[in-house]
Design a protein around this ligand. Structure first.
Ligand code: SAH
Ligand code: SF4
Ligand code: F3S
Length: 447
C-alpha cells in the first residue's frame, strides 16, 4: 500500500539539498510526497538552529502537528537537521508526539529508522557523526532532472568556530568530497541538461586543504570549467580568510565563472571581528575586495552581517556602516545577534537592549536599501545575458532566468529558450527581481 509523506524544510541551502536526499530515499521505500500534513502518514521537518528565531519557528510548526497525531496515533512525526542534531534524544523527551529524530549525518539511515518505528513501534533517534570510513555517505550522488541549474555539495561541516555560530557544532568537522566524485556528478548533470552548477559548502575556499593529495578549490573550479555543457559556475559560501589570490584571479580568467561573490564580512570593526574569531581584520577584508574589483571590475558582492554582537559599541557599529558604504554590496543579509548555547559567544554578556539593537539594524538596512536600489536600477536599459531557467508559474508566456549577478529576470519568450543564455534588455528593477525584454534579433542571429 502506498504511503504518503509531508516534508517541510527550514534553514540554508544545505538543508534544501539534504531534503532532496530525503525525498529520494523515501521514494525508494514506497513513499509518495504530498502537499499538506493532513494527507500524510509521515511528517518530517528538516530544521535549522542558526538563530533563536529559526529554532522557534521549528517548534511552532511542530506544535501544529500535535492535534493530528492525537486524531491519528499511527501518524509518524520525525525531526531531522540541525535542531535534531543539537537536541537528539532530548527532543523525544520534550515532545512526546515525535517518533523519530535524525541528525545531520544520519539521513541515509532514515529508511531503516522508519522501519523500526513502523514495525517495532519504537521511538528512534540517531545523531552520531560519521567517521573516516563512512563519511562518503554524506555525499550521495544526485542525478539530473529537468532543472537547468543545480547545487552540488563539495564539502560538509565547518572547522572555523566563529564564536557566535552553531554550525560547526551541528554539522561536524569539515569534510571535503573527493574531487573525482564531484566532477563525475557534474559531467552527469551536464549530460542531463544542467547548464549552471553552484558548488556548495559552509566554507568552499578551504576545499581539499585537509585531505592528503586532494586538489585546491581553485583547481576544482578549473576542472569544472572544462566540463562541456556547463555554461555557468557559482559557489557559496566563501570565508574571507581563505579567499586566496589564486581564487581571486579566477574571476578575471574564467568566462563561465559568474561575476558575483557572496563574501560575508559579519562586522566592520576589528575588536568585534577578533571577538567573533573571524580570522581577518577590516583592512585585510577590504584589501581582498579591492583585489577582486581589480581583476573583475564589474563584480558584485553580497554579504552577511551580524548586528549587536556582545561588546559592539556605537563606534564599532559606525565602522560597519562605513565598510558597507565603501564596499557597495549589491545586497546584504543582516541578522540581529542571537546567542546560541554551546558557542563561545554565548558566555559573553550582551551590552545592548533589544530596542537599541533593532535601531542599529534598521540603520544598516536603510543604508543598504539605498545602495541596492542604485546598483540594481543601473541595470535598466542594459542588455544582459540571462540563463533561462524555466517558464513562469504565472503563465502568460513568461520565462524567468538569472543574470550573472544572480538577479531573477522575468520576460516574455518561447519555452524553447529554457536552458539557453539569451540577451535580455532590462526594463525595470524591483526589490528582488527585474523585468526585461528579449533582444529577439540577437537570439535569432545566435541560434
Ligand atoms: N557558512 C556560512 C553560513 C553560516 S550561517 C558562512 O560562514 O558564511 C549564515 C549566517 O548566519 C552567517 O553568515 C551569520 O551572518 C549568521 N549567523 C550565524 N550565527 C548567528 C548568530 N548566532 N546570531 C546571528 N546571526 C548568526
Ligand atoms: Fe559558522 Fe563561521 Fe563556519 Fe560560517 S565559517 S559556518 S559563520 S563557524
Ligand atoms: Fe541552519 Fe543548519 Fe544551515 S543551523 S543555516 S540549517 S547548517
Amino acid at each position: 500500500m502506498t504511503k504518503f509523506f509531508y516534508l517541510e524544510t527550514f534553514g540554508c541551502q544545505m538543508n534544501v539539498v539534504d531534503s532532496e536526499q530525503i525525498v529520494d530515499l523515501l521514494g525508494r521505500v514506497g513513499y509518495v510526497q504530498v502537499e499538506t500534513p493532513e494527507q500524510a502518514d509521515l511528517i518530517l521537518l528538516n530544521t535549522c538552529s542558526v538563530r533563536d528565531k529559526a529554532e522557534r519557528k521549528v517548534y511552532g510548526h511542530l506544535g501544529r502537528f500535535k492535534p493530528l497525531k492525537e486524531q491519528r496515533p499511527d501518524l509518524i512525526i520525525g525531526v531531522g537537521g540541525c535542531v535534531a542534531q543539537q537536541e537528539g534524544e532530548r527532543l523525544l523527551d520534550k515532545l512526546r508526539f515525535v517518533d523519530l529524530v535524525f541528525g545531520t549525518h544520519n539521513i541515509h539511515r532514515l529508511p531503516e529508522m522508519l522501519a523500526g518505528v513502523t514495525g517495532e513501534k519504537q521511538r528512534r533517534f540517531e545523531t552520531e557523526f560519521l567517521d573516516a570510513e563512512t563519511r562518503r555517505l554524506l555525499f550521495p550522488e544526485r542525478k539530473a532532472d529537468d532543472a537547468v541549474t543545480r547545487f552540488v555539495t563539495v564539502m560538509q561541516g565547518c572547522d572555523n568556530f566563529c564564536s557566535y555560530c552553531i554550525v560547526p557544532h551541528v554539522r561536524g568537522r569539515e569534510i571535503s568530497r573527493p574531487s573525482g566524485d564531484i566532477l563525475a556528478e557534474i559531467r552527469d548533470l551536464a549530460a542531463g541538461g544542467v547548464r549552471e552548477v553552484t558548488l556548495l559548502g559552509q566554507n568552499v575556499n578551504s576545499y581539499g586543504l585537509r585531505e592528503a593529495g586532494e586538489i585546491s578549490f581553485s583547481q576544482l573550479l578549473r576542472a569544472v570549467h572544462e566540463i562541456e555543457g556547463i555554461e555557468r559556475i557559482r559557489f557559496t559560501t566563501s570565508h574571507p580568510k581563505d579567499l586566496s589570490e589564486e581564487l581571486i584571479a579566477c574571476f578575471g580568467e574564467m568566462p563561465k565563472l559568474v561575476k558575483h561573490l557572496h563574501l560575508p564580512v559579519q562586522c566592520g570593526a576589528d575588536p568585534i571581528l577578533a571577538a567573533m574569531n573571524r580570522g581577518y581584520t577590516r583592512a585585510q577584508y577590504l584589501e581582498k575586495v579591492a583585489r577582486l574589483k581589480d581583476v573583475c571590475p564589474d563584480i558584485r558582492l553580497t554579504s552577511d552581517l551580524i548586528v549587536g554582537f556582545p561588546g559592539e559599541t556605537e563606534e564599532d557599529f559606525g565602522e560597519t556602516l562605513a565598510l558597507v558604504a565603501q564596499v557597495e554590496y549589491a545586497d546584504i543579509y543582516s541578522f540581529l545577534y542571537s546567542p546560541r548555547s554551546g558557542t563561545a559567544a554565548a558566555e559573553l554578556e550582551e551590552n545592548l537592549d533589544p530596542k537599541d539593537k533593532q535601531a542599529r539594524f534598521d540603520r544598516l538596512l536603510a543604508l543598504q536599501q539605498d545602495i541596492s536600489a542604485r546598483i540594481w536600477q543601473s541595470d535598466v536599459g542594459r542588455v544582459l545575458p540571462v540563463l533561462v531557467e524555466g517558464v513562469s508559474r504565472q503563465g502568460g508566456g513568461q520565462l524567468f532566468g538569472r543574470t550573472t549577478w544572480n538577479r531573477i529576470v522575468n520576460f516574455t519568450g518561447s519555452p524553447d529558450l529554457v536552458g539557453r543564455i539569451v540577451p535580455v534588455r532590462i526594463t525595470a528593477s524591483f526589490k528582488n527581481s527585474q523585468a526585461g525584454e528579449l533582444e529577439a534579433d540577437e537570439v535569432r542571429a545566435a541560434s
